[in-house]
Write a protein that binds this ligand. Structure first.
Ligand SMILES: [Zn+2]
Length: 165
């Protein structure tokens, strides 16, 4: 989550949206079965072209990895046939703010994108305050079978970074 906060601090603040950071972590097993947790991708608000969100950007960046880049996540002897979809199924997503459930811009919501990517678990730094919309992202994730973990201890930092001007 500290790394997700680092991502959030890269956002260029705007008055109409939050500054959010997201890190997607996946377990990588070597041929000998040793498991290591590595970063698949990162994202922050408005990082990519358009009015983009951190979680969607991290997903897009993961899905845009070239086969060669993806190969790093499949050590020798492990088939990479499943590609990024296989990795995302085991992914833990760390996001500084609750993934959005509705977007006033009409763009797809991050909660839907995470559900669509079939990620395993989502760690959330702090609930989205009602500054802009009522957020039901966590409920949406849970209902779709994504494990939601409310991380304790960084709420103030996550919220402060989100509301940064
Ligand atoms: Zn979003």
């Amino acid at each position: 989550m500290k790394l997700a906060l680092d991502e959030a601090s890269k956002c260029i603040p705007i008055p109409t949206a939050f500054c959010v950071g997201c890190v997607i972590v996946v377990p990588v097993r070597s041929a000998t079965g040793v498991e290591e947790r590595v970063i698949l991708s990162t994202g922050y608000s408005r990082e990519l072209e358009g009015n983009t969100h951190a979680e969607a950007n991290a997903l897009t960046k993961a899905q845009d990895l070239t086969p060669a880049e993806l190969g790093k996540f499949f050590p020798e002897g492990i088939s990479s046939d499943g590609g990024v979809d296989l990795l995302l199924k085991e992914a833990d997503v760390y996001t500084t703010l609750e993934p959005c459930s509705i977007r006033t811009s009409g763009l797809p919501a991050c909660a839907d994108a995470l559900v669509g990517a079939k990620v395993r678990r989502c760690y959330i730094g702090v609930a989205e305050p009602d500054d802009f919309v009522i957020c039901e992202g966590a409920d949406k994730l849970k209902k779709s079978g994504v494990e939601v973990v409310w991380l304790k201890g960084l709420e103030r930092e996550c919220l402060g970074t989100a509301r940064r001007q």
